[in-house]
Design a protein around this ligand. Structure first.
Ligand code: ZN
Length: 165
């Protein structure tokens, strides 16, 4: 686990310092706001979904290093994936971060996201790591019927990590 722990810290620091896709997404078709009251993390996830495929993803907001790094890596991971694959990734990620600390990590589809297994050592931060994913999930569900590719972004739905699964 110590190798994973080093990698975890390295990845969090890197993505916190230079978050990927940290912007409002022009032409977003889906959007949701997420809030983690336990830590004060707030973020908005934007998606551009076309033909059942996530063509673009971005996020904005402010929060701790873990929440930002998680959103950064998530947006990196979902671009180019189908909505079904994105849902499956959400499930895998959620299963991994909430598993027992000793449960084996199956990188599989998670790829680089597997480093977030490191958060299991800090249970208070699990919601920081999963906030972006819950927000993504809410955006996909809510935005499905309000697709607009131009003009004002669709209204945001809000999620809070408390009470979420
Ligand atoms: Zn946090």
């Amino acid at each position: 686990m110590s190798e994973l722990r080093d990698l975890y810290q390295e990845v969090i620091l890197d993505h916190n310092k230079r978050p990927r896709h940290f912007q409002v997404l022009a032409g977003a078709s889906h959007r949701a706001d997420g809030y983690n009251p336990l830590c004060g993390d707030r973020l908005t996830v934007y998606l551009q979904v076309e033909g059942g495929v996530v063509r673009g993803a971005s996020f904005q907001g402010s929060g701790c290093a873990i929440s930002k790094a998680s959103a950064s890596m998530m947006t990196d991971a979902v671009v180019g994936k189908s909505v079904e694959e994105t849902h499956a990734l959400f499930e895998s990620f959620h299963r991994m971060v909430t598993a027992d600390i000793d449960a084996p990590v199956e990188p599989g589809a998670l790829g680089k996201l597997a480093v977030f297994a490191g958060v299991r050592e800090f249970p208070a931060r699990i919601k920081c790591a999963s906030l972006a994913w819950h927000t993504l999930y809410a955006a996909l569900r809510a935005g499905a019927e309000t697709v607009s590719t131009e003009g004002a972004p669709p209204p945001a739905v809000a999620v809070e990590t408390d009470g979420q699964r």
